[in-house]
Ligand binder design. Structure first.
Ligand SMILES: Nc1ncnc2c1ncn2[C@@H]1O[C@H](COP(=O)(O)OS(=O)(=O)O)[C@@H](OP(=O)(O)O)[C@H]1O
Ligand SMILES: Nc1ncnc2c1ncn2[C@@H]1O[C@H](COP(=O)(O)OP(=O)(O)O)[C@@H](O)[C@H]1O
Length: 408
């Protein structure tokens, strides 16, 4: 028999392959928990969803058996069984400072006998001074989602390395201890993780400190979290068709370009629909996809310190909040403007004749006529353009931007 020929659905040795489990990409918090679970940092916990444990994993509806957890690039990291048990598959290999992500066992091999210092923010000169008499140290940079104070996870490692340069003998280890949204829980979990890393060696708690940062640390903080006027900014206009979003957005874009200190990308509703979102309809689902795409691009722009000006209708509150979350996670500032021109005025303008066609039933699911618009309650500026000049409306937005020190 030719062993190279397999009956479809059979391995070479005749076994029938079991179907691959569904894949799921966890949240950043869950990915951090997974890394600690697999490495033994959360011992005695070894799996997700143990009774009373904050280390939980939420799976999409309809997924209840074994699941393969993948990182955002699709690399399979672990299999998780229905009861939360974790079987590791691959260790994450990429990501900044990956070499500093050690397990408690690796830390034992390299640094047993040192004193351990949990670090969640940039170290000030007084804290460094206090640590300099403590002998050989391991600075545990607590980089998990939501834990670093005023810094990104990478920024915290860079700031801790800069501080270590001021100490006689300090190694830095990155520990992805994530916040679970409750101070008490976070504290208890932190103690558990740090105890696992120190394994009986001394733990040194940092005293509160409002002293200056050493120059090298301050430079890291400044680059990682620039002041508002240099931080990435997403100016997001929402409102009915014809309310004035594009008109105001274009004028503001010109003002920012005239100042010459920022790069600007425009993500106008109509333009996006001809490019990034070509082919999408105006169903609720497609509108949400459209806004999430705009939000994703805008968040990336803000991550690099640029200004993104978006002007889609964006009628759904939950989708707008998702965009806010994406942008804030990227370190950008999300500035929502509600162009609150009432339907009657938009319909009176009817620049493109769309309202008339929608009323005639020629355009289904038209916002304000046959599709809902959910008014935002979290807008920083609300502008009703009725009876006002374009300049007045633009000034309303610019004034608030200046007040919040987001533009000069
Ligand atoms: N059914 C329906 N409902 C609303 N709008 C419609 C519709 N069909 C076409 N148009 C035109 O498409 C523009 C809105 O696209 P957006 O991408 O901003 O909409 S959404 O945010 O995805 O809801 C909108 O442009 P603006 O006037 O710039 O808002 C309309 O000209
Ligand atoms: N104060 C104002 N601010 C903005 N647009 C105004 C104002 N007054 C009248 N308009 C007019 O209303 C229309 C708004 O269209 P547009 O900016 O394309 O709206 P949208 O992008 O929300 O669909 C334009 O023709 C604009 O000239």
């Amino acid at each position: 028999m030719d062993r190279s020929v397999r009956t479809p659905g059979q391995w070479q040795d005749g076994r029938v392959p079991t179907p691959a489990p569904p894949q799921h990409c966890p949240t950043p918090r869950e990915l951090d928990d997974l890394e600690l679970l697999v490495g033994g940092g959360l011992a005695p916990l070894t799996g997700f969803n143990e009774p009373g444990s904050p280390v939980t994993l939420a799976l999409p509806d309809g997924v209840d058996g074994t699941v393969e957890l993948v990182d955002p690039e699709g690399l399979p990291l672990a299999r998780v069984t229905a009861n939360g048990g974790v079987q590791p598959l691959t260790h994450p290999q990429f990501g900044p400072f990956r070499a500093l992500h050690l397990t408690p066992t690796q830390v034992r091999e390299q640094y047993a006998g040192r004193s351990f210092v949990p670090v969640s923010g940039p170290l000030g000169v007084d804290q460094i001074e206090a640590l300099s008499g403590e002998g050989p140290l391991v600075l545990l940079a607590l980089t998990g989602a939501g834990t670093p104070e005023g810094l990104s996870p990478v920024g915290l490692v860079r700031a801790t390395l800069a501080a270590a340069g001021h100490l006689p003998d300090a190694a830095v280890v990155a520990v992805p201890l994530a916040s679970h949204g409750d101070a008490r829980v976070d504290h208890d979990l932190g103690v558990q993780v740090v105890t696992n890393y120190a394994d009986g060696d001394r733990v040194v708690a940092l005293a509160d400190d409002d002293s200056d940062l050493p120059d090298e640390v301050a430079a890291v903080v400044d680059a990682d979290r620039p002041p508002p006027e240099r931080r990435g900014l997403v100016l997001f206009f929402t409102g009915l068709s014809g309310s004035g979003k594009s008109t105001i957005a274009r004028a503001i874009q010109d003002r920012v370009l005239e100042q010459g200190t920022r790069t600007v990308t425009s993500l106008d509703g109509d333009v996006v629909r001809r490019n990034l979102s070509a082919g999408l309809t105006f169903s609720k689902e497609d509108r949400e996809t459209n806004i999430r795409r705009i939000g994703w691009v805008a968040a990336e722009i803000s991550r690099h310190g640029g200004v993104a000006i978006c002007s889609p209708i964006a009628p759904f509150d939950a989708t707008r909040k998702q965009v806010r979350h994406l942008v804030e996670e990227a370190g950008g500032e999300f500035f929502l403007v509600h162009v609150a021109t009432p339907l009657e005025e938009c319909e009176r303008r009817d620049r493109k004749g769309l309202y008339a066609r929608a009323r005639a039933g020629e355009i289904p699911e038209f916002t304000g006529i046959s599709s809902p618009y959910e008014e935002p309650e979290d807008a920083r500026v609300r502008v009703d353009t009725t009876g006002r000049t374009i300049d007045e409306c633009v000034e309303d937005v610019l004034a608030r931007l200046r007040q919040d020190q987001l533009l000069q």
